[in-house]
Design a protein around this ligand. Structure first.
Ligand SMILES: Cc1cc2nc3c(=O)[nH]c(=O)nc-3n(C[C@H](O)[C@H](O)[C@H](O)COP(=O)(O)OP(=O)(O)OC[C@H]3O[C@@H](n4cnc5c(N)ncnc54)[C@H](O)[C@@H]3O)c2cc1C
Length: 360
């Protein structure tokens, strides 16, 4: 375990914003976790788990709790589940991108549409990570967590994780730190049916076709590239958290109306029908590259917020930009957007809804 005291959070997040944490411990070996539990007691509140920092906004005032950066590595393809799928055990710090590639190379399907999503595997249950018709809930069997409330290690099956549309019992709480995960994947050469038109078009096949899993992943990555939805450190939009807002749920009447305007409307595994938040942002008058607040603008490729190069942007101006977009979309479309990203900092009564609650 490597510990840094008064550690700036900005370099640990893809937005590159925020103040310092009282201490950041980097966990490379799960054997060292008990040492971290003892270490974290010296700091107020439950510690903040952090992966690759690709879905967080760290407050300018930093964080007085200890931050645990998950850097544990390892994938084990081990045995079969009761329903004949293949068990894949993964350490929380392992990159999701590598997990997707490794499972495809092993002839397993179930994660191919998640290609190109940044971050660690341990963070995936937090918002039931998903894209292009697949979600973690399709394949997650169980997670082993440390429960900071009961102060013990415990195994939670997928049902106990409460996985919903970009949410779970882990969202906006520090109660549990995910340590390891078990997935169940099918042994198959072909991908899940391609349900998104953009991906089908990239492959040159009709919607609903199954293609070799590696080709599906490649097509997904290519589509994501065109939208700036892969982390590309060379591009001008790289200070990004991907989608800043959830795709809002809409009624059947709204769906019919939006489809008539060619809006991307999709049904999700939880049964909800949702419209793309970026489409609503575009519709509300925001232009690509347009500034929103100091140092924060709309991406040059996609209708989402990014921080500009340089030092003008702060966590405060990014949070303000979220409010500006929210208000403008509300005024123009009548739809209320909900931020997807998590705040890291010290919760106050005013901002606790957006932060991890240290009260469990
Ligand atoms: C360009 C880009 C594209 C993206 N595209 C998608 C997409 O298509 N679909 C999608 O769902 N997301 C997407 N995201 C968001 C992000 O990649 C995912 O949410 C990812 O799971 C975050 O992983 P991370 O390791 O970076 O988590 P972090 O940002 O470090 O943490 C995210 C949250 O999880 C918590 N957390 C992290 N690790 C653990 C752990 N081990 N135990 C408990 N809690 C933990 C943190 O406290 C925080 O609340 C995108 C982001 C970017 C930058």
């Amino acid at each position: 375990m490597r510990v840094t005291h008064t550690a700036p959070l900005a370099p640990l997040t893809t937005l590159g914003l925020g103040g310092a944490a009282a201490a950041v411990a980097e966990l490379h070996d799960l054997e060292d976790f008990p040492e971290f539990v003892a270490f974290a007691e010296a700091y107020p509140g439950a510690p903040v788990p952090l992966g690759a920092g690709s879905n967080v906004l760290a407050d300018d005032s930093g964080c007085s709790s200890a931050v645990l950066r998950m850097a544990t590595q390892g994938i084990r393809i081990a045995g079969e589940t009761a329903d004949g799928r293949i068990r894949v055990e993964v350490q929380a710090g392992h990159s999701l991108a590598d997990l997707v590639d490794t499972t495809i190379a092993a002839g397993l399907t179930g994660m191919e549409m998640l290609a190109g999503i940044p971050g660690t595997t341990g963070a995936t249950p937090v918002q039931n990570v998903g894209a292009y018709g697949q979600e973690i809930s399709d394949t997650l069997v169980e997670v082993t967590v440390w429960d900071w409330k009961l102060r013990r290690r415990t195994v939670m099956d997928a049902a106990a994780c409460g996985l919903g549309h970009r949410t779970s019992v882990f969202k906006r709480t520090r109660r549990w730190t995910v340590l390891t995960l078990v997935f169940a994947l099918h042994r198959a050469e072909l991908s899940a049916p391609v349900t998104y038109r953009t991906v089908a078009d990239e492959l040159g096949v009709p919607v609903g076709t199954r293609v070799p899993a590696a080709e599906a992943a490649q097509a997904v990555r290519a589509v994501r590239h065109t939208k700036g939805m892969v982390l590309d450190t060379s591009g001008i939009d790289h200070r990004s958290v991907g989608s800043v807002f959830l795709s809002p749920e809409i009624t059947p009447t709204q769906a019919a109306d939006l489809r008539a305007h060619n809006a991307p409307v999709h049904r999700f595994p939880d049964g909800s029908t949702r419209v793309s938040a970026s489409w609503l942002i575009k519709r509300s008058g925001f232009a690509l590259r347009s500034p929103v607040t100091t140092g924060v603008r709309i991406s040059s490729q996609h209708y989402t917020l990014v921080a500009d190069e340089g030092t003008d942007a702060t966590a405060t101006t990014f949070a303000k930009a979220i409010d500006v977009v929210l208000q403008q979309v509300q005024t123009h479309t009548g739809v209320t957007l909900t931020p997807e990203i998590d705040r890291i900092g010290d919760p106050t009564p005013h901002n606790a809804h957006a932060h991890h609650s240290s009260l469990f």
